[in-house]
Design a protein around this ligand. Sequence first.
Ligand SMILES: [Zn+2]
Length: 474
Amino acid sequence: MLGVAFFLVSVVVASLADHDPINKHGVNEIEKKMSREVEDEFSGTANQDELEVLKRQYSSSHAVNQTLISIPTELDVNWNKTNLFEGDIDLTPEQWKVALDIDPVTRSRRQALYSAMEMWQPMGGAIIPYTFERGFPAQYHQVVRDALAFWEQRTCIKFRLVNQYDYDAIVFNHNADGCSSAVGRIGGGQYINLEAPGCMSVTIIAHELSHAFGTLHVQSRVDRDTYVQIDTSNIVPGTEHNFAREPNSFSTYGLPYEFGSMQHYFSFAFAIDPKKPTIYARPNYQRFQGSMDGPRATFWDTVLINKMYKCTDKCLKQMGCWAGGVTDGADCYKCFCPIGYTGTNCEKRPDDAQIMNVSDTPQSVKMELKGAFRAFEEKLVVLQAPAGKRIEATLRTFGPTIRAVNVHCRNAFRMCRGIGLEILPLTDTRTSGIHFCATPNPLTPIYSEANTTLLYLYRDINYPVAVDVTVRSF
Ligand SMILES: [Zn+2]
């Protein structure tokens, strides 16, 4: 593996697997069964033919002599850990049992998992006590609190420090290898494991919190075969079970499949060859190949939690919102807006967004984030063409500084989670857009649906970033 490696294992699970009712041998047997399911799912001739095409296209369009920079994700190197479900989820013995080892004909795996999963209470305003494991480094308390605040600002879930009367609580644990969480509320103290410093980012902690609320991963959804192909030949043997598909739509809440979700695996998850994906976007969705595992909870990631926790059911009325916004889970009297919109009813552009008029003459848009400290930084440009026109946007260079953007950039990121440019060409910005975190090769113009396009530059790692995008209307 390249770069920084973060091994994922859980203290909780390591000891748990030795216990009844499900022992390590049982877990291994179940995992083997799931692995066979995954192999069977993608072994058909039609699948293999399509996969060969996708692989060829990928290697020709990513034939870069660039140094790949790894950004740690909770999944980065957990391939030899057999006790985590879907890579970074600690199941209780009961959850393992019902999740994996049941008759597929009579009951579905995910349904069983969800009926065994408890959520935090009360619905409509869950309160989650939390604390830090003894010795949790003081310098990381703030990043954890930032992640808690992140969810508090967009859902009805609230956190408070644990007191002597609490039975259930989340315990942030630094004494761990990698990052992992239980799914849902499991009763008593439950760890969110955060190895320092790799797991100490708002993005990763927010992802693990989402599991603690009760979410699984997007690419396991029952409808995933419409969107992705899995190259089982590049999966580290023995880890195929992490790609098992859930048998029904019990937990999708009717929300769309989203590559840029923060709960989607990145495309190289569990790869033998770290430069080749294990997950390919299918032909209709290839523009999203680099978008898997987005930088932050997306609009739909947030709506999912608000639906699960019935956050707006208590509101006297649902707000009327522009741009596809919905009543805010944290505040009944305002809308929660998709990217590019703000205001009580999503009626305006964010104050800090730069609005740019685009004409038929090509012009260069340069954006930069200096990246001097470890905190999330973002910049939004709203491109606006005259009514009736569309916009062509082409990312020309992605580099560490504005000065470097016109020379060949030697660095490419393996995934766009920690740093990247998201181009949103659709009028409906509820679903996340197309992510870039390297200079594309070949250059690929993105065409807007109507007369607007958003350019969203972000970074969550201590690395400067600058982009140069050529835009024009037509
Ligand atoms: Zn996860």
